[in-house]
Design a protein around this ligand. Structure first.
Ligand SMILES: Cc1cc2nc3c(=O)[nH]c(=O)nc-3n(C[C@H](O)[C@H](O)[C@H](O)COP(=O)(O)O)c2cc1C
Length: 387
């Protein structure tokens, strides 16, 4: 490494304070569903899996998606019916406490990603197979778009049920708040909300699934009202000290080419209600961090999110790996040219860098990256192993 390269690399190893959370560096393990929690309870293997990543030097871990404590939150995610973690039962809270303790003992911080599948939940599956799936307008999304979803799982009729009633909306908000309070009890350092990828919060944000004309829909700001209310109520319940992260995405599993916003001004309309409600960090979920968020401005989506909200932002997508997620039929190779990452970080586009598959492939990734050492590749054939 030249002196200049090692200086830019070290910039990613400066600590960061977000509210009361102290991070030793800017590298974050991105949330990744694994499906190794029988009956929703993290096992000793799960404890060891996260411990290894903390030992490997990461600053913050965002856990795999954890089902919100709501009967319609979770269906079969293709990983066995009951293997997605919960944060509701006493056993699940106890299981997470063991994960948190081991991560803390190794110098990292950890926050759970609260996940409600909304229209993506497969009806008739999950811990409560008899309950109906919930969604803002009873619409799965427009059919016939570019998607990675198995055709068997795409409904023939996009009208999949009733729009959520006010009572059900309130019930769901309370479930998010209850889960956040359970996270505090388990010792987590903050909260992450899954607001992307075509799941419930995103179903409210996106016009393709939100056709409401009441206070929860009608304009970009109003489509943000439901996730913003969840943020506001979580903030009121957990206090001022813990940070709240919010993941959003333009793309949806139903429609890879969907957008919430087509320019920075529109993105501001989407994100400001969330920022005002209490979000500290926007996690812009894209497949390639090194791409412009919008035409005409080279800034990444994380960069634009930071610019329009004045909040912190996190980049993700293809760090250390040559294929974007969903290009997973191709073999993924290690990428060791971090020039564009350093350039964008040094330009102040984002404050944190999330790394997904590279950290599954190599628990020691963060330390090796810091030292400029070779890392192990990610092989999706091994997704069925918790190594
Ligand atoms: C096996 C796997 C599971 C994932 N599960 C989730 C998840 O539960 N929640 C989420 O927001 N993103 C999930 N993702 C997306 C990652 O967080 C990340 O955004 C994506 O893999 C791109 O980063 P990468 O190129 O560094 O892997 C998952 C990705 C993979 C590979």
């Amino acid at each position: 490494m030249t002196e200049q390269q090692s200086a830019t690399r070290e910039a990613l190893f400066q600590p960061l304070e977000i509210r009361d959370m102290h991070l030793r560096n800017r590298i974050v393990m991105s949330p990744m569903t694994r499906g190794f929690c029988p009956d929703g309870v993290p096992t000793d293997d799960v404890v060891a899996y996260y411990r290894r990543r903390a030992e490997g030097g990461v600053g913050l871990i965002v856990t795999e998606g954890v089902a919100v404590d709501h009967p319609a939150a979770l269906g079969d995610a293709g990983l066995g019916e009951n293997n997605i973690p919960l944060l509701g039962s006493a056993a699940s809270i106890e299981g997470w406490r063991k994960v948190v303790d081991q991560v803390h003992a190794n110098g990292a911080k950890i926050i759970p990603q609260l996940w409600h599948q909304g229209v993506m939940r497969k009806p008739g599956t999950g811990p409560y197979p008899d309950v109906a799936s919930v969604s803002p307008s009873g619409i799965w999304g427009p059919l016939g778009r570019m998607t990675s979803i198995d055709p068997k799982s795409i409904p023939a009729d996009p009208n999949i049920g009733d729009p959520m009633s006010d009572a059900l909306i309130e019930d769901t908000i309370e479930a998010f708040v209850r889960s956040a309070v359970n996270a505090v009890e388990a010792g987590f350092d903050g909260i992450a909300l899954h607001g992307g990828h075509g799941y419930l919060l995103d179903n409210f944000l996106w016009e393709g699934t939100n056709q409401r004309t009441d206070r929860w829909g009608g304009s970009r700001e109003k489509r943000s009202a439901f996730p913003a209310e969840i943020v506001r109520r979580i903030r009121a319940a957990i206090g001022e000290g813990m940070p709240i992260f919010f993941r959003f995405s333009q793309w949806k599993q139903q429609d890879f080419r969907a957008t919430l916003a087509d320019n920075a001004a529109e993105l501001r309309e989407v994100l400001m209600p969330l920022a005002v409600a209490g979000v500290d960090v926007f996690d812009a979920s894209v497949r390639y961090y090194n791409r412009a968020g919008f035409e005409g401005d080279p800034a990444s989506l994380a960069g634009v999110a930071k610019k329009v909200t004045g909040k912190l932002s996190m980049a993700v997508g293809g760090v250390g790996i040559n294929q974007g997620m969903y290009d997973r039929d191709k073999a993924a190779a290690v990428v060791s040219d971090f020039g564009p990452l350093f350039d964008r970080f040094n330009a102040g586009e984002f404050d944190l860098v999330a790394v997904g598959r590279a950290i599954i492939g190599d628990p020691q990734w963060t330390t090796k990256f810091r030292n400029g050492d070779a890392t192990e590749p990610y092989n999706m054939e091994n997704d069925g192993i918790l190594s």
